[in-house]
Design a protein around this ligand. Structure first.
Ligand SMILES: [Zn+2]
Length: 193
């Protein structure tokens, strides 16, 4: 319950709730076509569409989160969404084979090649992680973000029987590459407590 005497605790709780909500959606949104087959026409959205699997939706959300006047809760939601989307893509990078529904589908074009699909998923994963990092303003968000990434991975691992170790290795490499790249970037204005 909100307490006037402890706004910091209220802020932390609110941040965590929105991060978790974003993560819950981001983890499963890419496969929205399979979960709502009865609602979504295959002509509109096929499985592993480039629209749902990759950088398009997280980028649009990122741009709207950066718009003036957006509440911090919305930013937390997008951080959670982007991190969980990255984890989803991480697992999707290891299908049983790069054929059929494993390939990225581009509306009006059709299924792409295995190489394009791999590159698209990899790019989407890196962009999702990067956008989430760009939205982080406070140390507590960074800490929660790391926790959300780990929790999303655990949930995905429970849902996917197969490529857990491969997905973990890929995620660690992606995070490591991003952290290394960001070290060469001009120092940000700084995280606040
Ligand atoms: Zn997927």
């Amino acid at each position: 319950m909100y307490s006037e005497q402890n706004p910091a605790r209220h802020y932390i709780a609110l941040t965590l709730v929105w991060l978790l909500l974003g993560a819950a959606l981001g983890l499963h949104f890419p496969d929205v076509d399979t979960r709502f087959q009865w609602l979504i026409s295959p002509r509109l959205l096929l499985h592993r569409s480039a629209v749902t699997h990759g950088l398009i939706v997280p980028s649009l959300l990122f741009l709207s989160a950066r718009a003036k006047g957006k509440a911090p809760s919305f930013r937390s939601f997008i951080i959670g969404f982007s991190l969980a989307s990255a984890v989803h893509l991480c697992f999707d990078f290891f299908p049983r084979g790069w054929v059929g529904f494993a390939l990225i589908h581009v509306p009006l074009y059709g299924r792409t090649t295995a190489l394009f699909s791999q590159a698209w998923i990899m790019l989407g994963m890196l962009v999702c992680l990067y956008l989430a990092f760009l939205l982080v303003r406070r140390l507590i968000e960074l800490a929660f973000g790391a926790g959300i990434l780990a929790a999303s991975f655990i949930v995905s691992a429970a849902e996917h029987a197969g490529p857990v170790l491969n997905a973990l290795a890929l995620l660690l490499v992606a995070v490591g590459a991003l952290v290394t790249a960001l070290r060469f970037r001009k120092p940000a204005s700084g995280l606040t407590r």
